[in-house]
Design a protein around this ligand. Structure first.
Ligand code: BGC
Length: 819
């Protein structure tokens, strides 16, 4: 492909406008006469979800088989950027094989609440950890000549009302918590694309937000790539383009192109601005085309069997041993009762757009038997939640097996029905049937080892010291079962550490009173206090702290050396220490470095993660670790100066094995230029206590720096395509349709899958019915629907819809072929 600038000069205005709109669901347009190829973009990111056009069904059910690595919630617990890079490289190879130009991930949204349905796809509650891992993953994929899409930019930390909710978050929390993972990944890896989130960020949709896309992403961080909408996240195409967005996906079937052309012709946007956007798209296509060409000419590495082994290695290093009184590693000569259907059919990935069709799927029971363990199997419960009510026959069978065994390996956890893209959990409990099973089995056998699966924290009310060990296998990917067995048998020493806090109970989490929020908004009242930043400041005890994970060996930390006692804010600080394996088995340890500002004018968490290092140690071996800190490690975001700022004074340096297990402490005196620092001690004192679950309106207003926006839609203006049945539920017909959906959907869809369907049906903006259906639901139908909802000649509205149905029916077949 020729130089993008040259090509741009040869393009007509119409071609340029059209280029900003995708070709279909999974392709960007090319232009044959100019030799510009179309490129394919596909979901992942822990595998490749490429639609198999030969097979019937959507790409959720019919995608090309691909390696399925553990999902981000799991890989984050490896704390190992090198592993993430290897995983990225492997996936890059798969993309080359399948001729895919961009892999749509990774996701680096923050785990604001344990309930977010997509937490399994995100790394952490800590932006430094998430950002470092994402950067390595991106570097891995892109080193193969395949692009990535860093998503969902930004403040998309829940699934409820994700398509038209407004995340109300103060600028400081945005810069310190919700953006840095994106920032680190952009600065260290330059993803080829960044994907907007659906939601509004402080009143403006992600795809139309000039503050986030242009001022921060491009101007402040120096992002060089293209910005793509999430699928259906385009609102007003011309406003989006003006604000920094380059590509609308999936294709709007020409509607976006027409809007752009009109805007250029009317002078609303200049042709220069359109040129800038098109150049980004051409550069993206060229990178992908060059990558594909190079692979074709020179060949490339791709080995499915090796990828399976890598998937196992990643799972081994990511699973977290939460509890162990010494029962693990398991004595192989013991008689083992394996209980729980997940031992045969693992829960190994999440549900939704990231769902991979794996090349292979291991089961733990089979691997245990193959390893020579004397094991029986009982199902324990039904695998799918719709049927996972207590089943006395399963429990009886499991109890009988447990009575006859020395040890029980009990596989329990969250099923797909609990967590998925598209809806949030409403509680943190395990399925009732699983809890019942633990109770029944632990009444007859005291040697219970639980293997927990799931993509987010659960409550441990079922473990009143009734189980001896808990291995959190999270979502281990297609080879995860082998990792479970190797850890259980001690062939692998567990080394995963939690990338998120496990609170005692849901009510303890900082966003508890403000999640998932109101019909129109979700208020991030807790500001910078997310995860451990909150629990530590508020003095709230937790079940398992951030950074925590057990090993079969022990580590000793010593020799903290901080190379300066006094430093200028622009100096770098080098922190060194030693870690020794004091046990008898080999293993990895992840050392974590936190910085705290004990006295500050602005409210701050007790400490924050600023660096980490995972090392491999033989028994008795000792290694030195050095972590370098720069100004950013001490800084907060100052809304008065609109920049990063350090307040002079003593800073504490903490080195530990987890956020709650600090082994070494030191300090440094930092001198910084005096600047005006916001002082909320009078106006928002609650933030200095950390008790931010219920922040009064006036105090949140002070920190937000503007009035809190209305929690409901403004009823004085007519409903538009941005509305959903939920936001229109205060109207006669909106209310009726909304209620009807809530009543009727559970009749047809059983179990919590109904929540998903209800969410989609009631919370999706009307404009998305058009854009996501490739026009099957037409603008005319939308106009008819709005007439009904607005009570503006509803009969006519109904006729408008009905008259277009024959055309719509014809479009369904072709649409299904695309998706
Ligand atoms: C998801 C994205 C995904 C896209 C394409 C959206 O609904 O939010 O993460 O990449 O669909 O499937």
């Amino acid at each position: 492909m020729k130089d993008p600038k040259e090509l741009l000069a040869l393009m007509t205005l119409e071609e340029k406008a059209a280029m900003c709109d995708g070709k279909d669901y999974w392709h960007l347009k090319g232009i044959e006469r100019l030799g510009i190829p179309e490129i394919m973009v596909c979901d992942g990111p822990h595998g490749l979800r490429k639609k198999d056009y030969e097979k019937k069904g959507s790409s959720l059910s019919a995608s090309v088989p691909s390696i399925c690595f553990p999902t981000a919630v799991t890989t984050a617990c490896s704390w190992d950027p090198d592993l993430l890079e290897k995983m990225g490289k492997a996936l890059g190879g798969k993309c080359l094989k399948e001729k895919v130009g961009v892999l749509l991930g990774p996701g680096v949204n923050m785990k604001r609440s344990p309930l977010c349905g997509r937490n399994f796809e995100y790394f952490s509650e800590d932006p430094v950890l998430a950002g470092e891992l994402a950067a390595s993953f991106i570097n891995g994929v892109q080193s193969r000549g395949v692009g990535t899409s860093l998503k969902h930019f930004c403040a998309n930390d829940q699934e409820s009302r994700r398509m038209n909710g407004d995340s109300v978050v103060d600028e400081r929390a945005l810069r310190e918590i919700y953006l840095p993972a994106f920032e680190i990944a952009v600065k260290k890896a330059q993803p080829w694309t960044v994907m907007n989130s659906y939601n509004k960020i402080n009143g403006t949709f992600g795809s139309e937000n000039a503050h986030t896309q242009t001022e921060i992403l491009r101007d402040d961080w120096g992002f060089e790539g293209a910005i793509v909408t999430d699928w259906g996240a385009c609102n007003n195409r011309d406003d989006g383009l003006a604000a920094g967005n380059d590509i609308e996906m999936p294709s709007s079937s020409g509607a976006g192109t027409r809007k752009i052309l009109d805007a250029v012709k009317s002078g609303k946007i200049s042709e220069e601005l359109l040129n800038e956007r098109v150049l980004k798209i051409l550069e993206l296509i060229k990178k992908a085309a060059d990558g594909a060409e190079k692979a074709e000419k020179e060949g490339f590495e791709f080995d499915e069997e090796k990828d399976h082994l890598l998937a196992k290695e990643i799972a081994e290093q990511s699973m977290v041993l939460l509890k162990n009184d010494g029962i693990l590693p398991l004595d192989k000569s013991k008689k083992v009762a394996v209980i729980g259907e997940m031992a045969k059919t693992p829960r190994y990935q999440g549900a939704g757009s990231s769902q991979i069709n794996p090349t292979h799927l291991d089961g733990a029971y089979d691997i245990l038997v193959a390893a020579g363990v004397n094991a029986t199997y009982s199902q324990g419960y039904e695998r799918t939640l719709a049927k996972a009510k207590k089943n006395p026959a399963h429990i009886e069978e499991a109890v009988a097996a447990a009575k006859n065994a020395d040890t029980v390996l009990l596989f329990i956890g969250l099923t797909e029905d609990y967590e998925s893209e598209g809806f949030d959990r409403t509680h943190m409990k395990l399925p009732d049937a699983h809890i019942e099973l633990v109770k029944a089995v632990s009444a007859v056998n005291k040697n219970i080892v639980v293997i927990l699966s799931g993509g987010a924290p659960v409550e441990f009310d079922w473990d009143n010291d009734s189980v001896r060990a808990i291995l959190n296998s999270y979502l281990g990917g297609q080879a995860g079962a082998g990792a479970v067995v190797d850890i259980v048998l001690g062939r692998v020493n567990p080394s995963g550490k939690l990338a998120e806090t496990y609170p005692e109970k849901l009510e303890d989490n900082p966003s508890f009173n403000n999640f998932p929020g109101n019909i129109a908004t979700v208020e991030y009242r807790e500001s910078v206090y997310i995860g451990y930043r909150y629990y530590e400041k508020a003095g709230q005890s937790v079940r398992y702290p951030f950074g925590y994970g057990l090993s079969y060996t022990t580590f000793e930390y010593s020799g903290l050396y901080i190379d300066k006692t006094d430093m200028d804010e622009n100096d770098t600080l080098s922190v060194s220490f030693r870690v020794k394996n004091t046990g008898s088995v080999v293993g990895f340890e992840t050392a974590q470095l936190y910085v705290g500002d004990p006295e500050s004018t602005i409210f701050r968490p007790v400490k924050e993660l600023k660096g980490f290092k995972k090392i491999w140690l033989e028994p008795g071996e000792e290694k030195a670790i050095t972590i370098t800190l720069n100004k950013r490690a001490f800084a907060f975001f100052n809304v008065k100066t609109n920049g990063w700022c350090v307040e002079s004074g003593i800073f504490n340096i903490y080195v530990g094995a987890s956020s709650a297990d600090i082994r070494l402490t030191g300090s440094v005196n930092v001198t910084a230029a005096p600047v005006e620092i916001p002082d909320y001690r009078e106006t928002a004192p609650v933030y200095y206590t950390g008790k931010v679950q219920s922040v009064p309106d006036d105090q949140f207003t002070a920190v937000l720096g503007r009035p809190i926006p209305p929690t409901e839609r403004d009823r004085s203006t007519p409903l538009t395509v941005v509305d959903s049945f939920e936001t229109s539920s205060y109207t006669k017909w909106g209310g009726r349709i909304n209620n009807l959906m809530h009543k009727m959907i559970p009749v047809f869809v059983k179990g919590p899958g109904a929540d998903f369907a209800i969410g989609i049906a009631t919370q999706t903006p009307i404009r998305n019915f058009i854009s996501m259906s490739g026009g099957v639901f037409s603008e005319k139908m939308a106009a008819g629907l709005l007439r009904i909802l607005n009570g503006d000649k509803p009969g006519k509205g109904l006729r408008m819809i009905l008259s277009d149905i024959p055309r719509a029916i014809k479009g369904i077949g072709p649409l299904m072929k695309q998706i």
